[in-house]
Design a protein around this ligand. Structure first.
Ligand code: NAX
Ligand code: ADP
Ligand code: K
Length: 511
């Protein structure tokens, strides 16, 4: 699914108005009408007190349309104008007049703290104060209203965006954002919904198709996309019948050190479960018996030194895909070994964990990283690589620049893992907080490497690997719950994730 920027949404509005030959106000009526229908379907006429807080722009106008429709259909509704500016938009004014003629009184005006109405936990608050047009910090009394709404414990339905959240910048000091139980977002969700600083203010969201010009939308390329099942189905390649293990690639996973051999076990096993035909682990000598005991399917190579960490990375395996980093440590001897290893690499590799920390320690090594290599940092590792950022939007910009400079793919891990390549952001939709547990990152490295070994393009391997890893965890929590899930369970459920990719929905299975 494409995620349009605010600029593209304003352009889509214009294109729709021009093509359909309608006044812009019709779009507001349409949007408000859909929101009313969404609410009516759930409320079925219940007399819950509904308080609609409207700003003075088009988001506020949408709120006024909703308030009018609720009123006309017998709901218990009060509308308030949060009078944060005198510059009211023309369509807001039209919606304002329409509400006045339907209710015979003007909505209540809020200009200062003393004007705030009481809000109780039994109320429904419709938040239509600011949408994508928020472009400066609201005045203090407006922020106090946000706080009052948040403290009220009322159910909050936000129109288009939670008020106070910006569509084009992240959270900054002194920002206050309305906490939404549900956001109904027009045409596409907004990037801020998926970023850690701002996404936490939203419990659920859905998209309302308000009928913007389909041709304009189809022909508009976006910098940000949400990756969901159909995208992965298009990437997946079915296995033909007459095959042998040599056709599914040989993965080589380099890593492990004294006390951290588990990381390499997790990654190697995940590469196998992702479908890699052969897997070899390259570990310091101390790891050989551990690996050989833990996974019989995996071959093991080691260096010529009898140490607890690598002093050399020199292997015989002819690998189709190589990953380096899990559990490897950042000992100076290992840094030198990695430096020599990188110089010899021509094809894309997967770089994770301590290998990322080594790149941060010796930035000149970045020059040796092959094009299209996949780096999989969590936010801590990312910061060590690219430096500090001001907010989440700044983080994405800095990451995109770094990825472009080195022609690499960066997978920023987190609640919505974002894969960055060539200034484009791919937001993952699977996964759950059960993944916040030791070793799940090692499993991800194994999955991506296993896919790369099978011949998937590095971008395909990154997107499918991240999706699949999250999907396996989503299936596994039905058995283990988020608290009980451990990294090995994710690997164990990778097969189920493959099955789920093409499973028919339950109601079709029963027919
Ligand atoms: N295609 C769409 O998505 C449609 C969107 N509509 C609505 O239009 C909204 C965008 O409307 P607008 O561009 O009017 O913007 P908003 O209604 O989001 O609000 C901002 C308005 O207040 C002003 N403003 C910004 N920051 C302020 C601050 N801190 N204090 C005081 N005033 C401030 C802005 O100049 C702007 O006029 C969308 O979010 C959506 O709700 C619909 O009306 C119709 C179609
Ligand atoms: N709350 C969450 N929701 C979804 N995915 C998560 C969440 N927390 C962590 N993850 C995922 O779990 C993995 C954790 O990786 P990482 O931090 O490297 O762990 P480790 O170093 O222990 O292997 C990443 O793929 C990340 O995206
Ligand atoms: K809003």
């Amino acid at each position: 699914m494409k995620i349009y920027s605010p600029k593209q949404i304003y352009e889509a509005d214009k294109a729709t108005i021009a093509k359909e030959g309608i006044p812009s106000y019709n779009l507001m009526e349409r949007a408000g009408g859909y929101i009313y229908e969404w609410m009516h379907k759930r409320l079925q006429g219940q007399q819950v007190p509904i308080k609609v807080f409207c700003g003075i722009g088009n988001n506020g106008g949408d709120g006024l349309v909703v308030a009018r429709l609720l009123l006309k259909n017998g709901y218990n509704v009060d509308a308030y104008i949060v009078n944060c500016s005198d510059k009211r938009s023309p369509d807001f004014l039209k919606a304002y007049d329409e509400l006045k003629s339907a209710s015979k009184k003007w909505p209540e005006l809020i200009k200062k703290e003393e004007d705030f109405p009481a809000i109780t936990p039994n109320d429904i608050v419709v938040d239509a104060i600011f949408g994508i047009g928020l472009n400066r910090c609201p005045e203090d009394w407006v922020k106090k209203l946000f706080v009052k709404i948040n403290d009220s414990k009322a159910y909050v339905l936000s129109i288009d965006m939670p008020s106070g959240m910006y569509a084009d910048r992240g959270l900054q000091k002194d920002d206050v954002i309305i906490h939404s139980a549900f956001v109904l977002s027009f045409q596409s969700p907004k990037l801020a919904f998926f970023l850690p600083e701002t996404g936490k203010y939203i419990t659920m969201w859905d998209v309302l198709d308000i009928g913007l010009d389909p041709e304009f939308l189809a022909n508009t390329e976006t910098d940000t996309v949400l990756i969901d099942k159909p995208d992965i189905q298009r990437i997946y390649r079915q296995r033909p019948q007459f095959t042998h293990k040599g056709m599914y690639g040989h993965s080589l996973i380099i890593g492990g050190s004294y006390g951290k051999m588990g990381a390499i076990i997790l990654a190697a096993k995940a590469a196998l479960r992702a479908g890699s035909g052969l897997v070899t682990a390259y570990v310091p000598q101390i790891g050989v018996p551990i690996l050989q005991t833990a996974i019989p399917e995996v071959m093991v190579e080691t260096d010529n030194f009898n140490g607890k960490v690598f002093e050399e990375i020199d292997f015989q395996t002819e690998a189709n895909a190589i990953a380096i980093g899990p559990g490897m440590g950042t000992d100076e001897k290992t840094v030198d070994a990695m430096s020599a290893f990188l110089k010899a690499q021509k094809a894309p590799i997967v770089i994770d964990a301590d290998a990322l920390n080594i790149l941060a320690k010796r930035p000149s090594l970045m020059e040796q990283v092959p094009d299209l290599s996949i780096l999989t940092p969590h936010p801590g590792e990312l910061e060590r690589l690219i430096g500090k950022w001001d907010d989440d939007f700044d983080k994405l910009e800095k990451t995109a620049k770094f990825a472009k400079k080195h022609n690499i793919i960066i997978v920023i891990k987190g609640a919505h893992t974002i894969t960055v390549y060539d200034y484009k952001l791919h937001i993952n939709t699977t996964g759950n907080p059960g993944l916040s547990t030791a070793g799940t990152g090692d499993v991800l490295t194994g999955v991506i490497t296993g896919l790369l070994a099978q011949g998937y393009h590095p971008m395909e391997a990154a997107l499918m690997g991240v999706y699949h890893h999250g999907l396996a965890a989503d299936i596994a929590i039905n058995q283990y719950a988020v608290e009980g899930l451990i990294a090995s369970d994710v690997t164990a459920f990778l097969g189920r994730a493959y099955m789920d990719l093409f499973a028919k929905p339950e109601h079709e299975q029963q027919q």
